[in-house]
Design a protein around this ligand. Sequence first.
Ligand SMILES: Cc1cc2nc3c(=O)[nH]c(=O)nc-3n(C[C@H](O)[C@H](O)[C@H](O)COP(=O)(O)OP(=O)(O)OC[C@H]3O[C@@H](n4cnc5c(N)ncnc54)[C@H](O)[C@@H]3O)c2cc1C
Length: 451
Amino acid sequence: MRETDFIVVGLGPAGESVGAQLAKGGKRVIGIEASLVGGECPYWGCVPSKMAIRAANSLMESQRVNELAGSATATPDWAPVAKRIREQATDNWNDQVAVDRFTDAGGEFIRGRATIVGPGKVEVNGEEITASEGIILSTGTMAAVPPIEGLADTPYWTNHHIIETEVVPESLIVLGGGPIGLEMAQVMNRFGADVKVVEGTDRLLPRNEPEASAVVKQAFEAEGIAVHLGQFASSVTYDDDSFTVTLADGTKVTGEKLLVATGRDRLLKQLGVDALGIDSSTTRALTVRPDQKVQDGLWAVGDVTDTGLFTHIAVRQANIAAAAILGNDFEPINTEAISAVTFTDPEVGSVGLTEAEAKEKSLNVSTAVKEVGHTARGWLHSAGNEGVIKLVVDNDSNTLVGATSAGPHGGEVLGLLSLAVHAKTPISQLKSMIYAYPTFHRGIEDTLGDL
Ligand SMILES: Cc1cc2nc3c(=O)[nH]c(=O)nc-3n(C[C@H](O)[C@H](O)[C@H](O)COP(=O)(O)OP(=O)(O)OC[C@H]3O[C@@H](n4cnc5c(N)ncnc54)[C@H](O)[C@@H]3O)c2cc1C
């Protein structure tokens, strides 16, 4: 039986970072990873998906030449994208560089799937390890597979398969209209697949503002993606190399491949959290205190917590946990200013509360909405200018409590809005600021004018 100061379970962006920081800070750290050190983000998430999006967007820009600058014909070829993902993003899904990075920082590395067997105790590869100071859970999420009749018996794809594919299918059904599903739906459509999106609720990106959902739906349909809304899938079959998804109203949607992107699962039961007194049957995510502690001897960082499923949250939480444990100063996460971007075209950036969320909290809010095409830059940009800026203002504090910027470079325009929500900048100050003409972010000034 081995003994150490800290056991870090899961070495994605969160776990690798906190583990390395603690080791550098003089703690004995054992890091355990079941799959690849680095986690979802570099191998099957943010990095390869954004490489694919960059390529797909270049194809769409070439089509815009026809509207703006003469004529252009582009022939999509997935091979350079697959090669870039294989060689540049993932080292052919080899994590040696990351393992070395962790051990060079002073961590001890074990490859295996860990199970918690008691406070401060973990079992991996048949060995029990004890941590004198505590366990850090950073086990992230995996694609959730909903209990749809027949689905489990089919060769469906998750984000892992679609990122690893060397071939674009002729047709693709995407189950789930959230960020992961929509980003890959648009990529595959632009590379020539016939794509159909099935979303059970009545709009795409249901967690975003409805105005952003409408813009994305319109853009998707304009480029030939079929969008089925308001019907959950009731069964899935797979015959003769083809999937059929039957919706609640009997509609049948067929495709060569099926991407399941209906949410993420933290697999807390398999992890063994019940051995720590946490009921896995009722706990979907771990709730943390401002120092990332769950309870004595237990910390959690990254997607396994209920703060947000993003790399920027995961690495910030890792920094906080490391600082708190090592006795250094730290700023807790400002949960009122969490920002996120869905990298569809148009990009959808959001920060803080939506109007509906603000009203649920009984805030007295005003809103303003401006179409990007009605701003100077949006209008002159023309082809590909779909988008909207929406501001949610708390009338009592006269500050922004939420904002959305959908459109060209929507994620970059979000930067200024994130600062305003984070710093609680008075609306009067936002109005008096000078916005360079004609930028996309100047659309914020136009929107403020409508308040
Ligand atoms: C397709 C896709 C696109 C994304 N795009 C973005 C984006 O653009 N921007 C953004 O901010 N975020 C994005 N994300 C989310 C981002 O990947 C996650 O927020 C981030 O990876 C979370 O880091 P983490 O360390 O908490 O967990 P993970 O990256 O999930 O890492 C957890 C690690 O723990 C390991 N593990 C789990 N259980 C055990 C166990 N019992 N024993 C040992 N090891 C275990 C897993 O194998 C995994 O390697 C995307 C995700 C996906 C799937």
